[in-house]
Design a protein around this ligand. Structure first.
Ligand SMILES: Nc1ncnc2c1ncn2[C@@H]1O[C@H](COP(=O)(O)OP(=O)(O)OP(=O)(O)O)[C@@H](O)[C@H]1O
Ligand SMILES: [Mg+2]
Length: 439
């Protein structure tokens, strides 16, 4: 089946307006195909420094009120961090143990949370476009999870969320395929290209042939990816250093037991991850940590756990991870960066170097590169055969990621462009072939 990128028959059979939604772990963008015409990124978040980029944030000051994107952050500060702020919730999609959360009397399933966010994107886009829309092309990562069943589950939940938002016709397009559609727009000769999209939650790869002819599905030789990217890199600052100040190395002994225990990995895993840490507040876990504090052998560990309680109780989790992210971004520019957190009783001052950041990120890097190797193997292509390498997504700024590609493919093949808008642009392109897209 041919997937045309510009065929007039595909355009004429296209519905009037199709929204293209890049629902990202960190940022979301919306564009449209309106009567066959591309409408690039819509200004969906006027309060944001780039109004076309909306941070994927939900803030409930009370169970019945919700703010989105830049407003979520503004109101969170205004209401003195009361209520619940959710970030990176896209990454829960493949997790069958994460059904959602309960906020006072309101049950918020993950599908509801994502649905509310998509509904807001839809409403804002409709206001800009001055038309109602029920059709949408929505991006999805190559792999929400390495487990195929979990991947299926994630897409099932995304569909429910999109229906909740009021979309009646929905097509999911792999984000790496969207990237490929975007990058082929600028090349008109036969070329073999590799695209890497490094976002907040996932890293995706595509290998495709570009020909001067119309785009065919068969041009895409392989698509692969893994659920590790920018958030995983933020985590390494916690897991490698900062979590010690919150009791990660606590040793304790339960009453009547001779076993020496350490803070369980399951608890630490939550503490280290920006999407998970908020769940330390759930009653069972919270009570368990209190027990650990009681039974901790060293005074300094008790104090560290007290700091953890302040972090959780005083709603400082989001701010702490924002500071980590800032430090990480600085390390894309400079060899060292200061991490400074001034909240009373949580004061932290450290200097991190890009060398230690790279060192701590070794496992994440290895996983990401394994996905690249799988993609090359699946395509049956050697590194030397790749003619252009396009890197996109916010995490493509990280020097040690870029250097891997320069080292493997050569600096002359590298093309980095359009860090945040290329997936959206490709999704709009894919909407031109609505009838040929899978469900
Ligand atoms: N200068 C920078 N250096 C390092 N990382 C950066 C930089 N700028 C942005 N990032 C990281 O890029 C990530 C966001 O990228 P992007 O907006 O492409 O992700 P996303 O599309 O929301 O996520 P996904 O596609 O995985 O769902 C964040 O983890 C952010 O910290
Ligand atoms: Mg993305």
């Amino acid at each position: 089946m041919t997937l045309t990128s510009s065929s007039s028959s595909a355009i004429s059979s296209a519905p009037e307006t199709i929204l293209a939604i890049d629902f990202g772990t960190s940022h979301s963008l919306v564009g449209a195909l309106h009567n066959g015409q591309r409408i690039d990124s819509l200004a969906i978040d006027p309060s944001s420094s780039d109004p076309t980029l909306m941070r994927t944030l939900l803030y409930f000051p009370t169970p019945d009120r919700c703010f989105y994107g830049a407003d979520a952050l503004k109101k969170y500060t205004e209401f003195e961090m009361e209520g619940r702020l959710f970030r990176s919730f896209k990454s829960h999609l493949p997790n069958k143990f994460y059904l959602g959360t309960v906020f006072e009397n309101r049950i918020l399933s993950l599908e509801n949370m994502i649905g509310l966010f998509l509904l807001e994107l839809k409403k804002r886009a409709e206001a800009v476009l001055k038309t109602k829309v029920t059709k949408a092309v929505i991006g999805r990562p190559a792999r929400y999870s390495m487990d195929p069943a979990a991947d299926e589950f994630a897409i099932h939940r995304m569909k429910k969320a999109a229906e909740y938002a009021g979309f009646t016709d929905i097509k999911f397009v792999p984000e790496p395929l969207a990237a490929a559609l975007e990058f082929r727009r600028g090349i008109h000769q036969d070329k073999l290209i590799l695209i890497g999209d490094f976002g907040g939650g996932t890293s995706d790869f595509t290998i495709m042939k570009i020909t001067p002819n119309e785009f065919q599905k068969e041009d895409v030789l392989a698509v692969d990816g893994c659920p590790l990217a920018g958030d995983a890199l933020d985590s390494v600052f916690m897991s490698s250093r900062l979590n010690r100040t919150f009791g990660a190395q606590t040793k304790y002994r339960l009453p009547m037991s001779s076993n020496l225990m350490t803070m369980p990995v399951s608890v630490m895993d939550k503490l280290n991850k920006p999407a998970q840490i908020v769940h330390l507040k759930e009653r069972d876990t919270y009570e368990f940590i209190k027990e650990v504090r009681k039974c901790a052998l060293r005074e300094e560990d008790k104090q560290a756990i007290d700091r953890l309680f302040i972090l959780l109780e005083d709603q400082q989790i989001f701010a702490f991870f924002e500071e980590i992210e800032k430090t990480k971004k600085n390390l894309s520019e400079k060899p060292t960066s200061a991490f400074k957190f001034d909240y009373p009783d949580l004061e932290t001052s450290e200097v991190f170097s890009s060398v230690e950041f790279e060192d701590w990120s070794e496992n994440v890097k290895t996983e990401i590169l394994s996905a690249l190797d799988r993609c090359l193997a699946q395509a049956g292509v050697e590194d030397s055969q790749i003619e252009h390498v396009f890197l996109t997504g916010g995490t493509a700024h990280v020097p040690f990621i870029q250097n891997e590609f320069i080292g493997r493919f050569g600096a002359e093949k590298m093309q980095t462009k359009n860090f945040f808008h290329s997936i959206l642009s490709g999704l709009i392109e894919s909407a031109k072939s609505w009838d040929q897209l899978g469900g």
